[in-house]
Design a protein around this ligand. Structure first.
Ligand code: SAH
Length: 370
């Protein structure tokens, strides 16, 4: 299998996006929208409190909003965004994957994972993906479109509501942009969504920025720009190879920004934010799991980051039709040992949701029929 060319020229920015939703707007935007409707300004805060504080997205259920106003507010600020087309559970109910269908029938997914010490939702930033990584199910289908800020935020609201309503008042604590799409290729909408996710109610859900992870193939200029936003979120870099020759094929955008440029940008991120960068490395049998690659990975990362890096090894989740597979456990253990021997912290990521193809676009790639 070889990677196609990544799509670096993006479509017309608004194509396929849904109508404006409350969650697209910041406080100033909400105030302006409420004024447009001829409503007093306190309504803006009230709507935001309902949405972010109480997780209510249907004006008919906003009991502090006069019944006569609800249809008007619904039409102006709460257009239909997402319908759950399909839901699948595994890991004894601890993992739940939802396939969402948008207003234009575009589909994408999110996965809610419950752990003893945290509850994490993995969300999508695009329907499909233009990065064309050959081992990733989403990469095979290409990009359908960017998601709107509200479509991203809604995935979080839905997960937080599920935690509260179905799991005894549980709290959503973590958000990872590791579903479908390349978040930094939908930069402005993703940054706006991160603000909604992290700001305290009534401006957002109040999830701690350090518990939010933005994962990228390594668009170097966008990583630097993200650092300068000072959002304080964790950066994950999908590296998957320590040498350009192999990474050019596994992560085709490497042909545009090579490893050294990407590592420099990620180091800048670590310096500006003071936060350790997470390096993702899907271990693929006989492709990128050789002892010499483990040595080179450890050496390059230690050189670039010192202690400001952590490697997450991900056993490859094989995609339909690919001959690639995860590495044997003994090879994986040796890989970990060698990376650590270079002074770089390294762990193997748990593989939640494998039976429901929770990784990376596999449900949407199935056709997603519901
Ligand atoms: N585009 C972003 C975020 C989405 S993918 C990025 O690439 O970082 C989230 C993570 O899952 C990435 O590290 C990606 O490389 C990894 N991944 C994709 N397909 C996989 C597979 N089949 N097995 C294991 N990890 C995979």
């Amino acid at each position: 299998m070889t990677g196609g060319k990544p799509q670096l020229v993006f479509e017309a920015p608004r194509r396929g996006l849904p109508a404006r939703h409350l969650a697209d707007l910041d406080a100033a935007g909400r105030a302006a929208a409420v004024a447009e409707l001829g409503l007093p300004s306190f309504r803006a805060k009230q709507l935001a409190q309902q949405y972010y504080g109480r997780l209510v997205a249907d004006p008919e259920q906003m009991t502090d909003l006069p019944a006569a106003l609800r249809p008007q507010v619904a039409a102006a600020l709460f257009p239909p965004l997402l319908t759950a087309a399909r839901q699948i559970e595994c890991d004894a109910g601890e993992t739940r994957k939802t396939l969402w269908r948008a207003h234009d029938a575009a589909t994408f997914e999110s996965v809610l994972m419950r752990y003893p010490d945290r509850n994490t939702v993995c969300i999508s930033s695009q329907a499909g993906c233009g990065m064309a990584c050959p081992f990733c199910a989403t990469g095979q289908g290409g990009l359908t479109r960017n998601l709107s800020t509200a479509e991203i935020v809604e995935q979080v609201r839905a997960a937080a509501a599920t935690m509260r309503d179905e799991f005894a008042g549980g709290r959503l604590s973590n958000v990872v942009f590791m579903g479908m799409g390349e978040p930094l290729a939908n930069y402005g909408r993703v940054v706006a969504a991160v603000r909604r996710i992290t700001e305290a109610p009534p401006d957002g859900f109040g999830i701690s920025a350090r518990s939010v992870t933005v994962s990228t193939v390594g668009l170097a200029p966008a990583i630097r720009r993200l650092a300068d936003e000072r959002l304080g979120v964790t950066l994950a870099l999908s590296l998957h190879a320590p040498d350009d020759e192999l990474r050019d094929t596994l992560v085709p955008v490497n042909n545009r920004w090579a490893i050294s440029e990407t590592l420099d940008a990620a180091r800048y991120y670590a310096d500006v934010t003071g936060r350790r960068v997470s390096v993702e490395y899907a271990l693929i049998r006989d492709v990128n799991d050789q002892p010499w690659r483990a040595d080179l990975l450890g050496k390059r990362l230690h050189g670039a980051f010192g202690p400001l890096v952590h490697v997450n090894l991900i056993p490859l989740n094989p995609t339909p039709g690919s001959e690639w597979d995860a590495s044997p456990k003994a090879v994986e253990r040796e890989f970990v040992r060698r990376v650590r021997a270079r002074g770089v912290s390294c762990t193997v990521r748990d593989t939640r949701g494998r039976e429901i193809a929770a990784a990376c676009g596999q449900l949407a790639a199935d056709g997603g029929g519901g």
